[in-house]
Ligand binder design. Structure first.
Ligand code: IMP
Ligand code: MG
Length: 182
């Protein structure tokens, strides 16, 4: 029994459910991106666990790169600020960009990256694949074309998602007990 489990209110998605959902999404992406010039970009750090699993279910030649942005800091509420800590080195002009993200909440992060980074650098197309989509939190107009799960309006951790940089290594996605962050 993991020592981290005591901070988890309930498990939302088990490791097995996640694996199954990623396999399904990977198959759809593989079909959609045949004969395209795919660049898969993971948003650090939250997407790393999902990224590693998802790219192995995308059965196509593709380039991979990472970008690190911050918008949340250590708070459980979005600040709306988007800061690029680490940029990609891949040239995206004329290519089909697919972002892999852990969770889309307000959408501010990805709306900013779409408009001010990828489209302004001449990407041919821009789509988002997210492990979780939290539509109740949406503020910016962002369309998550590929998603594994819809998330409730609660603070989730595990499978890459953190609270104050912890819990990323939980193999499942769970709801964090409010007393941990309140
Ligand atoms: P937004 O869509 O711009 O609000 O930002 C999404 C980012 O906020 C995600 O990539 C996560 O890093 C973080 N985030 C949003 N909701 C949660 C959550 O429930 N748990 C952990 N991180 C979250
Ligand atoms: Mg993130």
């Amino acid at each position: 029994m993991s020592e981290m489990n005591k901070d988890i209110e309930k498990i939302l998605f088990t490791a097995e459910e996640i694996e199954e959902a990623i396999e399904k999404v990977g198959k759809i992406i593989t079909e959609d991106y045949r004969d395209k010039n795919l660049v898969v970009i993971g948003i650090l750090k939250g997407s790393v666990v999902f990224f590693a699993d998802a790219i192995r279910k995308i059965d196509l030649p593709c380039e991979c790169d990472f970008m690190s942005v911050s918008s949340y800091g250590n708070a459980a509420v979005s600040s709306g600020r988007v800061l690029i800590n680490k940029d990609i080195t891949t040239v995206v002009e004329g290519k089909d960009v697919l972002i892999l993200e852990d969770i889309v909440d307000t959408g501010k992060t990805l709306a900013y990256l779409r408009d001010h980074v990828f489209l302004s650098r001449g990407a041919k197309s821009f789509e988002i694949c997210s492990l979780l989509d939290k539509p109740s939190g949406r503020v910016a107009p962002v369309d998550v074309k590929y998603k594994c799960f819809e998330a409730p309006n609660e603070f989730l951790v595990g499978y890459g998602l953190d609270y104050a940089e912890k819990y990323r290594n939980l193999p499942y996605i769970g709801v964090l007990k409010r007393e941990v962050y309140m």
